[in-house]
Design a protein around this ligand. Structure first.
Ligand SMILES: [Zn+2]
Length: 270
C-alpha cells in the first residue's frame, strides 16, 4: 500500500521528466532539477580543486587547456544561439583547469567546470586531439548525461525527497553516486560507464564542437587509436569504458567526419 502511494506520488515527476533532448532528439529520463545538479557540481568542483595540484595558469599546457576550452565552449554557445536554445546553457559559467595527476582523465561538470589531468596530454599529443576529448566531455555535461545516470541510480523515492535531503541522510552514498555519474569515480576505484548511446552522442558532437572551433576533426582517429593502446591493461578512462572495440568507434567517427569537415572548413574560412 505504502509502495503504491509512493509510486503514485512519484508518477507526475516521472512523466514530467521524460523529455526529448533539443539537440540530439533522444528521449531522456531526468529526475533532478538542473539547478540542484549544478549546485552540487560546484561544491564538488571547489572541493576537488582544494585537494588537487592545479597547474598554474602561466604554464604553457595550462594555457593550452584554457585556449582549447574557450574555443570549444564559444562554438557550443554559438551553435545553441543559432538554434534559439541559449536558455539550455543557463547557469553555465565555464572554467578550465589543468591538474597535475598521472591519471588519464578529463571531465566537465554540469555548470561548465572543465578539468584536464596532465596524464592525458602525452596521449592527446596535439591541440586538435585535446579539443576532441574536451568536446566529448562538454557534450556529456550539456546533454545532461550525468543527470540521467544519477536519476537511474538514485531511484524515484530519493529524487522526490530532493538531493539535499538525500545528501543529509546518506551523504557518502549520494556523493559517490554523484562522482560516478559525472565520470570522476576513478578515484574511488569504481567506474560507472556511460552507456553506449551516451558515448556515441559525446563522440559525435565532441567532433563537431572541435571542428566548429577550428580544430581539424581528422585528428580524432589517431587520437582514439593512441588512447586504446595507452589503456591496455589499465583501468580505462571513462571515454573508453563502454567501447566494445576500437574498430567500431573509428567506423562511427568516419560516419560523422563529412559533416565535421564541413564545420571545420567553414570555421577556418576555406
Ligand atoms: Zn564519454
Amino acid at each position: 500500500m505504502k509502495r503504491t502511494i509512493l509510486f503514485l506520488l512519484a508518477l507526475p515527476a516521472i512523466l514530467f521528466s521524460c523529455s526529448s533532448n533539443t539537440i540530439t532528439g533522444r528521449k531522456q529520463f531526468k529526475l533532478l532539477p538542473e539547478s540542484e545538479v549544478q549546485a552540487m557540481a560546484l561544491q564538488e568542483y571547489t572541493q576537488f580543486l582544494t585537494t588537487s595540484k592545479v597547474v598554474a595558469g602561466t604554464n604553457k599546457d595550462a594555457e593550452m587547456v584554457k585556449r582549447v576550452g574557450e574555443r570549444i565552449t564559444k562554438a557550443v554557445e554559438n551553435y545553441y544561439a543559432s538554434k534559439g536554445l541559449s536558455k539550455e546553457l543557463e547557469g553555465y559559467k565555464w572554467e578550465y583547469k589543468l591538474v597535475d595527476s598521472k591519471e588519464v582523465n578529463a571531465w566537465c561538470m554540469p555548470g561548465g567546470k572543465i578539468v584536464v589531468y596532465t596524464g592525458l596530454l602525452p596521449i592527446t599529443q596535439n591541440e586538435a586531439a585535446l579539443a576532441v576529448v574536451m568536446g566529448h566531455e562538454v557534450s556529456h555535461a550539456i546533454f545532461n548525461h550525468g543527470n540521467e545516470r544519477m536519476s537511474q541510480q538514485l531511484g524515484a523515492a530519493v529524487v522526490q525527497e530532493g538531493l539535499n535531503v538525500a545528501l543529509a541522510n546518506k551523504p557518502a552514498e549520494t556523493r559517490n553516486i554523484f562522482l560516478m555519474s559525472f565520470g570522476i569515480g576513478a578515484q574511488l576505484g569504481v567506474l560507472l560507464p556511460f552507456s553506449r548511446k551516451h558515448e556515441l552522442e559525446a563522440d559525435q558532437y565532441g567532433l563537431y564542437w572541435a571542428a566548429m572551433a577550428g580544430y581539424d576533426p581528422r585528428q580524432a582517429i589517431p587520437l582514439w587509436q593512441r588512447m586504446e593502446k595507452a589503456a591496455n591493461g589499465q583501468t580505462p578512462p571513462e571515454f573508453l569504458s563502454t567501447h566494445p572495440s576500437e574498430g567500431h568507434r573509428i567506423q562511427d567517427l568516419e560516419k560523422y567526419m563529412p559533416k565535421a569537415l564541413e564545420y571545420y572548413h567553414k570555421a577556418i574560412g576555406k
